[in-house]
Design a protein around this ligand. Structure first.
Ligand SMILES: NC(=O)c1ccc[n+]([C@@H]2O[C@H](COP(=O)([O-])OP(=O)(O)OC[C@H]3O[C@@H](n4cnc5c(N)ncnc54)[C@H](OP(=O)(O)O)[C@@H]3O)[C@@H](O)[C@H]2O)c1
Length: 364
């Protein structure tokens, strides 16, 4: 048996879009038990986690050492996805580092960090690409792998790097929400001829499960995932084929984009509990300007051959993802994909992100 074998995993971010998929993957066959942190164990999502079985909830915030100790203690594994849209970049970096340190101290054997690309570094430290919610995670992801070279006798570690969920491109209130204009589903985003390495949430459960199941190989690994690099012309064409309804992509300059639906949020801090008077705090506009520049200029790479090896049945094209989303929605009585993106229907299902469900509010 591996020195990094785990059976009881403390999860931070478990009630979130990513956490729900990750925990489902861990407990589906009862191989792992999960202790999930939540500020509100009475929430709809916390109850949904409990209903999976083999899950318990511990109440509290990750921005509290005593809570983190209570969470890690008695667990031999950890999956940590801190919510940078709560904390803002600066606070996220601090608490992410403390999570790693406290996990070692409390005897965790294998630590998986929910990461995003270190966009600024990958773009050659050009501030046009600075994206606080990416760089805040990406810096710590590298720091964890560096620490791991020294600490792996006590605790192994892997980094799990995702990207924008594919669901975001067909959900309301996201940076890539489509509008329906004279019956045509329309994405107006500043992407040029670039592409977004969108991620299938459903596959996150498989990938994280793989990391815990193969700790010797996963130790020290940065597993960077995506469905494929999705150009939005390609997205529109695939959407039209799958739904039988017209769709288009309109490349939009950044100024026009920021005069669109996100205008109201543009000046707000990207993290809802970040201090707007702290000069380190990025606004929505600055943060998501960097974000779109990253995709427009194809800064981020993925090793799709590795993903095919780790997950042979992964969702590997946007068209396959759309087909599945259309079918699942029909089966669950939520309507076809075409019906669900219509303005009169798009708010009928609970939001994808807990943050949106909670109206961008809640304790740090
Ligand atoms: N949106 C995307 O496409 C995307 C893709 C990849 C990565 N991410 C990153 O993932 C993170 C958010 O996770 P998500 O996508 O799953 O979003 P989400 O659905 O909004 O979930 C947020 C999660 O964070 C938890 N949380 C927030 N503040 C907390 C606190 N102070 N203490 C303990 N738990 C707290 C929430 O738990 P409770 O409310 O139950 O406490 C919930 O589980 C962000 O850093 C984001 O950058 C997002």
């Amino acid at each position: 048996m591996s020195a990094y074998s785990t059976s009881r995993i403390f999860v931070i971010g478990g009630t979130g879009a990513q956490g729900l998929s990750v925990i489902s993957g861990l407990v589906a066959d009862k191989k792992y038990a999960v202790r999930a942190l939540s500020r509100d164990p009475q929430s709809r999502r916390a109850k949904a986690l409990l209903a999976l079985g083999n899950v318990s909830i511990v109440k509290g915030t990750f921005a509290d050492e005593a809570v983190l100790r209570e969470g890690f203690r008695g667990c031999d594994g950890a999956y940590v996805n801190l919510d940078g849209f709560n904390t803002g970049e600066k606070t996220e970096v601090y608490w992410a580092m403390r999570c790693y340190e406290i996990a070692i101290e409390e005897g965790v054997r294998f630590f998986v960090y929910g990461n995003l690309d270190y966009a600024l570094k990958k773009a050659g430290y050009d501030s046009a690409f600075r994206t606080g919610h990416y760089d805040g995670k990406g810096r710590v992801g590298e720091w964890i792998l560096f620490q791991n070279a020294f600490n792996q006798a006590r605790m192994g570690a892997a980094v799990f790097t995702t990207g924008p969920y594919m669901e975001m491109a067909v959900s309301p209130m996201t940076p890539m929400t489509p509008s329906v204009e004279a019956g045509v589903v329309t994405w107006r985003v500043p992407l040029g001829a670039g592409a977004v390495p969108h991620v299938a949430l459903e596959d996150c459960g498989h990938y994280v499960r793989w990391l815990f199941d193969h700790p010797e190989r996963a130790n020290g690994m940065n597993l960077e995932v995506a469905i494929e690099h999705v150009g939005y012309q390609q997205l529109a064409e695939a959407f039209a084929r799958v739904t039988g309804h017209p769709a288009r992509y309109i490349d939009t300059d950044l100024d026009t984009y920021w005069r669109g639906p996100l205008q109201m949020a543009a000046g707000l801090p990207a993290g809802y509990n970040a201090d707007p008077n702290d000069k380190s705090t990025m606004s929505f506009r600055d943060n998501f300007t960097g974000f779109w520049n990253v995709w427009k200029h194809n800064i981020i790479r993925r090793d799709y051959a590795l993903l095919d090896e780790i997950h042979p049945n992964r969702i590997s094209s946007v068209e396959a993802w759309l087909t599945r989303a259309d079918q699942l929605g029909r089966e669950q009585g939520r309507g076809s994909l075409w019906e669900r993106v219509q303005p009169e229907n798009c708010f009928k299902s609970p939001p994808l992100l807990k943050m949106i469900e909670d109206g961008r509010s809640g304790a740090l």
